[in-house]
Design a binder for this molecule. Structure first.
Ligand code: GLA
Length: 405
């Protein structure tokens, strides 16, 4: 069967092959070198947005090391939008005054044993109206590699009006081909540098990127619009992930957006549930909080090694939604060596209406009593069929069963 990408990008080639009676060749892609487990790190946007500076990035890198986040697996330190300055007469893009020397910054981040990420757009402008990469893709990719960049978030933004709507005003399918071609172009430009660079697609989940992004070398792709630091946003995004589990795997991940853990007015339970579910979803774990002022309880959430182990499980199987009772949802995920993770969340705001909740082990494919570990209390417990469970509003019970029966 032809992949969706090859058929979209090679319409003319496909028809030529059909005339010749042979199948269209499948696009060749080298085995992925990066993101074999979901990328972990930190990104500047959710807390600093347009105010981020070189100093914020250095301070965050320092904090990732001193808080133990690096030891827990957070490696990428990603600069989001607003680092860009102007292009000179040779087309070389310079940084703006907030980032005096990107190479020196990359050297600093690397000296801590961390990796540096950057941001651009396939359009003429980024979402915050800074310089994009349109017409300079190879030049920019080369420059990123020379600086020592390890990760690129490539954000559609102005490519929509400037190219898609302009070149194909009444043809949605043609607009989509233009968009895919733009991501393909940057992917090839990055590959041509010879430096392993994670490619993160940010086009808000339009036109099912999970169907075509892996094949063009995308390591992750946003599945929704922007996350915000409140429960409704987190829950809405979670609901949109329900059908996507089969698209995730080593080297290519659904991205329900960066973490808001520690931001806004999320309660402790909401922070815990957000982190638990992003771990279950095999989502990239990119913290987005103010690291120098991180509270101990937030650090404890972000560095819970058992929860991170679910996210980083080498099988790379994204959790599936299994069933609901009232306002309690049950999700599960298969792990290496036959283990299983189960998340039970209370999505309701009214505790009484959803209780008592009785766990149905059969719906999880389990037979009789199971030995499990509660990952937020680190206690061993026994799960019995039909057992009653207490879950506060917006809270979670996250369980790992090493030897399911
Ligand atoms: C878009 C993206 C965000 C962030 C901003 C930066 O909204 O979805 O994640 O990168 O642009 O301008």
């Amino acid at each position: 069967m032809h992949s969706r990408l090859s058929s979209l990008l090679a319409v003319s080639l496909t028809s030529a092959c059909l005339i010749a009676g042979g199948p269209a060749p499948k696009a060749q892609s080298a085995p992925p070198q990066v993101a074999q487990t979901p990328p972990m790190g930190w990104n500047s946007w959710n807390y600093f947005a347009g105010k981020v500076t070189d100093k914020d990035i250095r301070d965050s890198a320092d904090q990732i090391v001193s808080t133990g986040m690096k030891d827990a697996g957070y490696i990428y330190v990603n600069i989001d939008d607003t680092w860009e300055g102007q292009r000179d007469s040779s087309g070389i893009l310079h940084t703006n005054s907030k980032f005096p020397d990107m190479k020196a910054l990359a050297d600093y981040v690397h000296s801590k044993g961390l990796k540096l990420g950057i941001y651009s757009s396939p359009g003429p402008k980024t979402c915050a109206n800074f310089e994009g990469s349109l017409g300079h893709e190879e030049q920019d990719a080369k420059m990123y590699a020379e600086w020592g960049i390890d990760y690129l978030k490539y954000d559609l933004c102005s490519f929509i009006p400037a190219v898609m709507q302009k070149q194909a005003p009444h043809d949605k399918a043609a607009q989509m081909r233009l968009m895919i071609a733009a991501y393909d172009k940057m992917s090839k430009a990055l590959k041509a540098t010879g430096r392993p660079i994670v490619l993160s697609l940010c086009q808000y989940g339009w036109d099912s990127p999970w169907e075509w992004a892996p094949e063009l070398g995308g390591n992750l792709w946003r599945t929704t619009g922007d996350i915000e630091a409140h429960w409704q946003s987190i829950y809405d995004i979670l609901e949109q992930q329900k059908g996507l589990y089969s698209y995730a795997g080593p080297g290519h991940w659904n991205d329900p957006d960066m973490l808001e853990v520690g931001n806004g007015k999320l309660s402790l339970a909401e922070n815990r549930t957000h982190f638990s579910m992003w771990a279950m979803l095999a989502s990239p774990l990119l913290a987005g909080n103010d690291l120098p002022h991180m509270k101990p309880e937030i650090k404890a959430i972000l560095t819970n090694k058992d929860v991170i182990a679910i996210n980083q499980d080498p099988l790379g199987h994204q959790a599936r939604y299994i069933y609901s009772v009232g306002q309690v949802e049950v999700w599960a995920r298969d792990l290496k060596d036959g283990a299983k993770a189960i998340a039970i969340i209370n999505i309701g705001s009214d505790r009484i209406s959803t209780h008592p909740f009785h766990l149905d082990l059969k719906q999880l494919g389990l037979n009789g009593t199971q030995n499990a570990k509660e990952l937020w209390t680190a206690k061993e417990i026994q799960l019995a069929d039909n057992m009653e469970m207490e879950i506060d509003s917006h809270d979670v019970r996250l369980l790992r069963i090493e030897s399911p029966k």
